[in-house]
Design a protein around this ligand. Structure first.
Ligand SMILES: Cc1cc2nc3c(=O)[nH]c(=O)nc-3n(C[C@H](O)[C@H](O)[C@H](O)COP(=O)(O)OP(=O)(O)OC[C@H]3O[C@@H](n4cnc5c(N)ncnc54)[C@H](O)[C@@H]3O)c2cc1C
Length: 542
């Protein structure tokens, strides 16, 4: 089919006032675009993007818009490419080398739907022959480990953001589970990248050919990535695999149109708990102990997630719960004496193991002042669900608080830091947060992935003046994290909100190196304008 015919086939929607495609879950004001395209197949995207490349029209790729850094908010006018109609599971493959199961899928499928279908092995609508049949008949259970909390996110968005979640303590980020991608470049050409097939050579270049045979030499940036969890800027390491450049590139290098995602065996038993500590520091000390025990071969403590809540998070949860009491309380009550808390999860294989595992946790918890009568234990998915409600309630209550505050100060929002630091510096970082924020008399909560030394700090300004101070503090904390070898965005990416922080991490030279990669693959800078680096860095647009 001719390019024009392919483009004509694509459904279009005009932008109307309040259009949800102009916003994501960040606080950014709605962007601007002229029209939304809903492609259903790769060749349509290729034809469309090639056409916009000619006219230099900006294209913003839209997944489920659950991102929190404005990645899917259209910054440069132009058009929106909504991926939601490409949401099928296409098939199942077996990796030749490792024998792992790989699921072939389109990028617009939601994580929730993908996980359900994979875990129940329910692949309605696809041929139940060959590998699909073998996978269904395989008696073992499998799952896809990446678990960013928001399960309505699409697989394409998750890979573009290299998302991670509580379980990345044990399983790592999305990157580890992506075996193959097809990516439409801004020129309309397509790269088909299988992990292991294209690596950077000694000169730091990755040679690759598009499916039409065009040869590309992609220069890998030379900066050193922090040795902690990172979702900041392009992945760049000596000898790296080409696929890793596109994972976490926030849609700036191409449109992901096809994915092969690796599953891992799933132990079918899970033990989880929330422990409440009567002291604000004991949960931090406990997490430190757990990090040591995790790597001790003699210990039975092998959590896949360890999450922290400080005393301010608990007090906000308490307030939220009281306000909800007229309706059905959405999570159970917890001890008034609690000053900090830890949520944990651990898989195990056999019922006989549980008693031993439980005892190890009990000893460690009691050593840190926890009363086991006040501790919530979960031994199955239903009880785990109760704990999930507790964890999810915090962002919901914070959003509620800000809806109220915005009525008086429409431009205020919570100021978030998503910093990770090397293990030896975690306590120093927490102490800095507390001292500096309390000196300024600001409200805040600190919670998150303490098992990976990655906490979410949310400063909660009450007016415009407090917001300015909160933003300055947040920058100061990011600078400190960088000086300690940490990362300015461990999980949420850079998007349109954290350019200044990326400069802190890699300096202007590091960003120029990313821009070289960008312009090689997208010479007119049409894809996802404003993501990762400001437009002022793109010489062709200056
Ligand atoms: C309550 C809540 C909790 C969250 N918790 C976590 C968490 O624990 N961990 C975490 O990492 N994140 C978390 N997030 C952030 C968010 O869910 C992730 O960033 C998610 O991966 C985005 O997926 P999406 O489909 O919504 O993408 P979008 O928000 O639509 O897009 C994200 C980026 O990916 C690009 N993109 C989308 N599809 C494609 C494609 N096919 N090809 C190329 N680029 C594409 C977009 O242009 C944009 O730059 C949370 C968000 C919320 C609201």
């Amino acid at each position: 089919m001719e390019r024009e015919d392919l483009v004509r086939k694509i459904s279009i929607q005009e932008i109307t006032p309040g259009c949800p495609y102009l916003q994501d879950e960040s606080y950014l004001a709605p962007g601007m675009a002229e029209v939304i395209y809903f492609p259903t197949q790769e060749d349509e995207i290729s034809a469309l993007v090639a056409q916009f490349q000619k006219t230099g029209t900006a294209v913003t790729i839209s997944g489920a818009r659950t991102g929190v850094v404005g990645g899917a908010v259209p910054a440069g006018g132009g058009v929106i490419l909504a991926m939601e109609r490409m949401s099928r599971i296409l098939g199942v493959k077996r990796c030749q080398k490792t024998r792992a199961w790989l699921i072939q899928v389109e990028p617009g499928l939601s994580l929730r739907s993908f996980q359900r279908q994979v875990e129940s092995k329910n692949f309605e609508g696809i041929d139940q022959e060959g590998n699909v049949r073998d996978f269904i008949q395989d008696p073992s259970l499998y799952f896809y480990p990446p678990d960013p909390t928001e399960s309505t996110a699409t697989l394409g968005g998750i890979v573009a953001a290299n998302s991670s979640g509580a379980r990345s303590l044990a399983y790592g980020s999305t990157r580890n589970y992506v075996q193959r991608l097809r990516v439409v470049l801004a020129t309309g050409e397509i790269l088909d990248i299988t992990r292991g097939e294209h690596q950077a050579d000694r000169s730091g270049t990755i040679p690759v050919q598009t499916t039409k045979g065009s040869k590309l030499l992609i220069p890998i940036p030379t900066y050193q990535m922090p040795a902690v969890k990172s979702a900041a800027g392009y992945y760049a390491k000596p000898g790296m695999d080409l696929i890793d450049l596109f994972i976490g590139a926030e849609g700036t290098l191409g449109v992901i149109t096809y994915l092969e995602l690796r599953l891992v065996p799933r132990p079918d038993k899970i033990f989880s708990g929330i422990a409440f500590f009567p002291d604000p520091d004991q949960a931090i000390k406990f997490a430190q102990k757990i990090r040591i025990l995790r790597s001790d071969p003699l210990s039975r403590i092998k959590p896949i997630a360890v999450e922290y809540f400080d005393q301010h998070s608990l007090s906000i949860l308490r307030q939220g719960r009281q306000q909800e009491e007229s309706r059905d309380a959405f999570f159970a009550d917890f001890p008034l004496s609690a000053q900090s808390a830890i949520f944990f999860e651990q898989f195990y294989q056999k019922d006989e193991e549980l008693e031993d595992i439980y005892e190890h946790w009990q000893v460690a918890l009691e050593e840190h002042g926890v009363n086991m009568d006040d501790t919530w234990g979960g031994f199955n998915e239903q009880e785990l669900e109760k704990m999930k409600r507790f964890r999810h309630a915090l962002p919901e209550i914070l959003n509620e608080i800000f809806r109220e505050r915005k009525r008086h100060y429409p431009t205020i929002h919570k100021v978030s830091a998503d910093l990770a630091v090397p293990e030896p510096y975690l306590e120093e970082m927490i102490s800095l947060y507390r001292t500096r924020i309390e000196e300024q008399g600001l409200e805040y909560v600190l919670f998150g992935h303490i098992g990976e030394c990655h906490l979410h700090l949310n400063i909660l300004p009450r007016d415009d003046e407090e917001m300015l101070r909160a933003q300055e503090l947040s920058f100061e904390f990011a600078a400190k994290a960088v000086s300690l070898g940490g990362c300015v965005s461990a999980e949420h990416g850079i998007g349109k909100l954290k350019h200044r922080l990326l400069e802190l991490l890699y300096g202007p030279q590091g960003i120029e190196e990313m821009v070289r990669v960008k312009l090689l693959l997208d010479p007119k800078g049409i894809l996802n304008r404003g993501n990762i680096f400001p437009e002022s860095y793109l010489p062709s647009l200056r």
